[in-house]
Ligand binder design. Structure first.
Ligand code: MG
Length: 165
C-alpha cells in the first residue's frame, strides 16, 4: 500500500468556465491556469504521483509547454493513471476536499465522483468528494480563489496478462 497527498489552489478570473472535478459548474468566473484550471483534478494528480513516488504534476506537464495550454485536466489525470499502470499500481480509494466560498458545490458532487471514478478506474464508491467553505477566512473566504486537497491509497496489483501470447 502507498498513500499520497495533494494540494492545489487557483485564483478566480473572469471570462472562463469553472471546471471542478471534471464538471463544468455554473458560476460568474472560472479559475486562472495554463490548463482548464481544474484545481480538484490537479490536487488528485499530485496525490497519485506522490503515492507512486513520481514527483508532481508540474514535472510531468510543465505549464511552459504549449501542448498543455487550456487542456482538459481529465486528460492529465488519465495520463497519470497510465504512468501508474506501467508500474502495476492501482487506486484503492481517493478522498477529496474542495474549499470554496462560492459557488455552492453540493449539487455537483455526484457528477464529480462518477467522472473521477471513471478516470481512476474504480467503482464510484471508492471516490469521495467533500466541499466546505472557509467560513469567510483567508483567500478562499474573500472569494479570491478555490483550493483542493486530495488523499489517495494505491496498491501494487499487476495488470491482468494480455491474451495475445
Ligand atoms: Mg493547478
Amino acid at each position: 500500500m502507498r498513500i499520497g497527498h495533494g494540494y492545489d489552489a487557483h485564483r478566480f478570473t473572469a471570462g472562463r468556465p469553472l471546471r471542478l472535478g471534471g464538471v463544468e459548474v455554473p458560476h460568474t468566473q472560472g479559475l486562472e491556469a495554463h490548463s482548464d484550471g481544474d484545481v480538484v483534478i490537479h490536487a488528485l494528480c499530485d496525490a497519485l504521483l506522490g503515492a507512486a513516488g513520481l514527483g508532481d504534476i508540474g514535472r510531468h506537464f510543465p505549464d511552459s509547454a504549449a501542448e498543455y495550454a487550456g487542456i482538459d485536466s481529465r486528460k492529465l489525470l488519465r495520463r497519470v493513471m497510465a504512468l501508474l499502470r506501467e508500474r502495476d499500481l492501482a487506486v484503492v480509494n481517493a478522498d477529496l476536499t474542495v474549499v470554496a466560498q462560492q459557488p455552492r458545490l453540493a449539487p455537483h458532487i455526484p457528477d464529480m465522483e462518477s467522472r473521477l471514478a471513471q478516470d481512476l478506474q474504480v467503482p464510484v464508491q471508492r471516490v469521495n468528494v467533500k466541499a466546505t467553505t472557509s467560513e469567510g477566512m483567508g483567500f478562499v473566504g474573500r472569494g479570491e480563489g478555490i483550493a483542493a486537497h486530495a488523499v489517495v491509497l494505491l496498491e501494487e496489483r499487476p495488470a491482468p496478462p494480455t491474451a495475445d501470447v
